[in-house]
Design a binder for this molecule. Sequence first.
Ligand code: BTN
Length: 258
Amino acid sequence: MNTIHLHRLISETFLEQASWLEQTSSTNTVAMELARRAAPLPALIGADQQLQGRGRKHHQWWAGSGALTFSILLRPAELGIRPQQWPLLSMATGLAICRALEAWLPGAQHHVKWPNDVYTNSRKICGILLESVPDCPGLLIAGIGVNVNNSLAIAPAALQLTATSMVDVAGNPFQRHAVLVSLLKQFAEELHALSRDERTVIQGCRERCSLTGRLLTVQDVKSQLTGMCLGIDDDGALRLMTESGPRRLFTGEIQRID
Ligand code: BTN
């Protein structure tokens, strides 16, 4: 990403600040450091290469050369988002990426895997890691990794079976800065929608939910549940029908078993 691209990011999106590194540990970690300095927000930190890219549940995040890996540091209250809406921020972020990908890859099938993974043609194309900042209440980091020009042909073998990238789907590469601008515009739009009426965001996710009607196992810290997914509830919880009755989930590691 060159200086012109960074200027474009600021002039065309809701960002107040943007920086891009050739290499770093994790853009979420850099964003945490930035949070402790009084930076103008929202701020974006991106990197061509992460040496310790982090996923949820302490997983590593693989991203070959050509991926988009970035973090946005923001103060949701400044965008009209109330504290009780924070749990819906992951769904709003996943929905934004899903919508942007629908425009770039119109011939493909895009889904949100609750709460916020994005799948294209049944393979993971984007991962999202939302983190709050210890000692900086009110600040949020949205870490986003999208497989753009990094073909999965050179990925670790296990990922080749479960993940995909934009170049693998379309057969041609994309201008990463143009993809990034569209992701950011859609992200700002979904945050705005969330602040106005959260039902719009929940409905958008319902329409794109890859789990509804599927048999799932959900691994929680203490237990494992199996059941049929009944969809997303009005407050964003995932509804599951288990042998012992209906359950509502707010977190958990989800596997489809059908
Ligand atoms: C997941 O699917 O488990 C979430 C993956 C999130 C990866 C992104 S890449 C940019 C940001 N920096 C990180 O270290 N992680 C997130």
